[in-house]
Design a protein around this ligand. Structure first.
Ligand SMILES: Nc1ncnc2c1ncn2[C@@H]1O[C@H](COP(=O)(O)OP(=O)(O)OP(=O)(O)O)[C@@H](O)[C@H]1O
Ligand SMILES: [Mg+2]
Length: 714
């Protein structure tokens, strides 16, 4: 069948795609079309080859100088401007029918060569080419072939026009549609292959992935406001009134809190997290972590807490999925205003009704301008010192307990939720000596604590590469933990340890909330499976990488970072006997990828599973609480391994994990040991991957703030 002509501009593939605005969201690189040999050949010989063509031209032809030789560029452009309006399809046909063309002067030739070289390097053209399914890695090869084709066949008018434009955007735009015609004829198989692959990684219109939710007319209520303004409280009222409700939490800890609170108020509620399932008999309510929420069940009321997490680079997809997919008549979203505009857009796409309820903070947060003047001795009862590294948390605890009469509780990410709760209630409770809390950003979400004042120990944190300022939204969220309604200190205060940091704190608190433009998505297994069908021999980690590079997304979405997933995928690459689905599921296991011991256990679990053996815990139980920081780190790791075991037992065939009961008991015991250890902890912190520094090695990165040094010197 002859190919459809694209002579009409309105039906040209380029204009169709531009209409939908998909170009910028394509990711680059497609390694399947061009072999490595071809690629390296391309890079080294491209311009040389084009110049050689000139040298091959007949001497007589070269001497034939064009009449317009001495006119200026602008004039030339005018004279040849009719070329610009020509139909690219016709130009291509003409080029195709030309057998041999008279050559131009050396300088015109050089300019034309440069124009074509620039085109083959043009990011714009490469990006546009994706829309007609010419992959980014294939583009240089195709552009090179096009260049040779063009040089051999172009006529005087075309040359002059392109020379008058010179290398750059205008020439690229002129050449591009001719290039497309060329590719469609020359590389139909490559285009077809790439098209199939891209289509299998299509993540556009995610609201259409949930047809049952789309068939419903849902009412979305956005409880929008700053921290401590009653958003969750009000949403939970509706949740409790409902016949059947689900509460989606950002953390296990918060799901447990709601589970306890709601049951205490007489509304039977079950608990569902990745690690545990507590079925309350006859309950119609469930408190779960957002990743675990079912999009199959039908609910009257659903609550999605901390909805701004939709924009989280790693976990955002879980909130997006819940919002798009939940089958509930009424969905209550609680969060700051940063994703309000995106939610408005999503509701337009889904056809759901959106009701906005705006909140103000119960009591304004007051900044204490005096700060702690760099001296931890100025700590007072009810203070929560926020530090962003585990090491700092223990340094601060050590310093405060050594030089003041205060005792400190600690809350940080690596602690199990049970231990965090135990530390929180120790701090909240008046009948003991623990009156200061030292916490990481893990304290930022949800927990209702009796905090009088949030003191930022510092306002920068390590992002895995370097120290960066803590984002304003996070500063606000954490500072907002001070002075909760109903707590002992309803008037919240916040300040910094050092005077130098105060301006940044004030700046962050004053800053309006970001207006988030994109929220996270991640493919379901079925989507990855479809994609894998296009690349049958590709290993899973590479497959994920390819998916990330080739998937298509609408303007309101980004693909969540999958570094964590890729790390696990890489580790499991050589484990034989796992299906694609097993690999995909193992990648979501909750493990600290920077903890080699925990990673080792995950590999062991996966290997046993792959060999169809019962998966053993194969880990001893420590006898007593930690006596130093390395023992504490060991307890943290052990708990994490058990938590991972429980998670796997809930996400794979349960009978393959026969030691669930044992793992639960051990996890509870370790959480208790951790609690005991923290009460006693008064040692210098160590790093998880500690090794002895070489004598000449200087300690890099974090430097202990002056205040602590002064304190120790004294
Ligand atoms: N109407 C109310 N009556 C009694 N207590 C309330 C009321 N509204 C809120 N509270 C209490 O105020 C505190 C803060 O409320 P809530 O947790 O709902 O705030 P939030 O806006 O969700 O804050 P965050 O953004 O930090 O999650 C809670 O302890 C809550 O129980
Ligand atoms: Mg809340």
């Amino acid at each position: 069948m002859p190919r459809k002509s694209h002579s009409s501009h309105s039906c040209h593939p380029i204009s169709q795609f531009t209409k939908f605005g998909i170009f910028p969201d394509f990711h680059r690189h497609w390694f399947c079309c061009v072999s490595e040999n071809e690629k390296s050949l391309l890079d080294s010989t491209e311009s040389i080859q084009l110049e050689d063509e000139y040298d091959k031209v007949d001497e007589e032809e070269r001497l034939c100088e064009p009449e317009t030789q001495n006119i200026g560029q602008e004039e030339e452009r005018l004279i040849f401007s009719h070329v610009a309006t020509r139909d690219p399809v016709e130009i291509y046909k003409e080029l195709k029918d030309t057998v041999h063309c008279k050559k131009e002067s050396r300088s015109d030739w050089d300019t034309l060569t440069e124009v074509l070289r620039c085109f083959s390097k043009s990011g714009w053209a490469s990006n546009q080419a994706l829309a007609v399914y010419i992959g980014a890695s294939f583009f240089p090869f195709a552009a090179h072939k096009f260049g040779s084709f063009f040089l051999k066949r172009c006529n005087n008018d075309l040359v002059k026009y392109l020379v008058s434009l010179g290398p750059g955007d205008e020439a690229d735009k002129f050449l591009f549609p001719i290039f497309v015609e060329f590719c469609m004829e020359e590389f139909p198989d490559e285009i077809k292959r790439f098209r199939k692959m891209v289509e299998s990684a299509d993540m556009t219109k995610p609201h259409t992935w949930f047809p049952f939710a789309r068939a419903m007319k849902r009412k979305i209520v956005y409880h929008c406001g700053p921290t401590n303004s009653g958003k969750t409280y009000n949403a939970l009222q509706r949740f409790m009134e409902a016949k059947k409700g689900v509460y989606c939490s950002p953390l296990r800890l918060l799901a447990m809190e709601v589970f306890d609170k709601v049951n205490a108020l007489g509304v039977y509620c079950s608990l569902l997290t990745g690690q545990e399932r507590k079925d309350f008999p006859f309950s119609n309510h469930v408190a779960c972590t957002v990743e675990m929420v079912s999009t199959d069940e039908l609910y009257d009321v659903a609550v999605i807490d901390e909805i701004q997490m939709m924009a989280d680079p790693c976990r955002g997809y879980a909130w997006t999925r819940a919002l798009l997919g939940l089958k509930a008549d009424e969905i209550h979203l609680c969060g700051d205003p940063s994703v309000l505009n995106v939610v408005r857009q999503i509701c337009l796409d889904t056809g759901d009704e959106l009701v906005e309820q705006h909140y103000e903070r119960f009591k304004p947060l007051v900044v204490e301008a005096k700060t702690l003047l760099g001296d931890l001795k100025n700590v007072r009862s009810g203070d929560c010192i926020v530090a962003f590294a585990r090491r700092e948390i223990f340094e601060v605890k050590l310093a405060i307990e050594k030089f003041t009469n205060h005792r400190c509780c600690v809350i940080y990410g690596a602690l199990p939720p049970e231990t965090r709760r135990q530390q929180a209630s120790l701090f909240n409770n008046q009948d003991n000596e623990f009156d200061v809390l030292i916490a990481s950003d893990a304290v930022g979400m949800g927990l209702n604590l009796n905090i009088r004042r949030i003191v930022f120990y510092n306002l920068s944190k390590y992002n895995g590469d370097k120290m960066v300022p803590v984002p304003a939204s996070q500063v606000k969220q954490i500072a907002g933990r001070a002075g909760r309604r109903g707590s002992r200190y309803p008037d919240g205060l916040t300040t910094t340890l050092h005077l130098d940091d105060l301006d940044y704190l004030i700046e962050c608190l004053k800053k309006p909330f970001d207006d988030v433009k994109k929220v996270g998505l991640f493919p379901f297994f079925e989507q990855v499976e479809l994609f894998a069908g296009q690349l049958p021999d590709m290993k899973f980690p590479k497959l994920l990488e390819q998916f990330g590079e080739n998937c298509r997304l609408d303007g309101s979405y980004f693909l969540c970072q999958h570094l964590h997933i890729r790390k696990i995928a890489n580790m499991l690459e050589r484990t034989q006997g796992l299906s694609l689905e097993d690999r995909f599921n193992f990648c979501f296991a909750p493990v600290n990828i920077r903890d080699p011991k925990a990673m080792y256990h995950l590999l062991r679990f996966a290997s046993s599973y792959a060999q169809k053996l019962p998966v053993n815990i194969a880990m001893g139980m420590p006898k007593c609480a930690a006596r130093n920081d390395s023992e504490l780190l060991d307890l943290e790791t052990r708990h994490q391994v058990l938590s991972m075991y429980l998670w796997l037992s809930n996400h794979f065939e349960e009978e393959r994990f026969p030691y669930v009961k044992k793992a639960e008991t051990m996890a509870t015991d370790i959480a208790e040991l951790l609690g005991e250890s923290l009460i006693k902890a008064n040692w210098k912190p160590e790093s998880r991957n500690a090794r002895k520094p070489k004598p000449q090695e200087k300690e890099e990165g974090y430097q202990r703030p002056m205040s602590l040094i002064k304190l120790h010197e004294k």
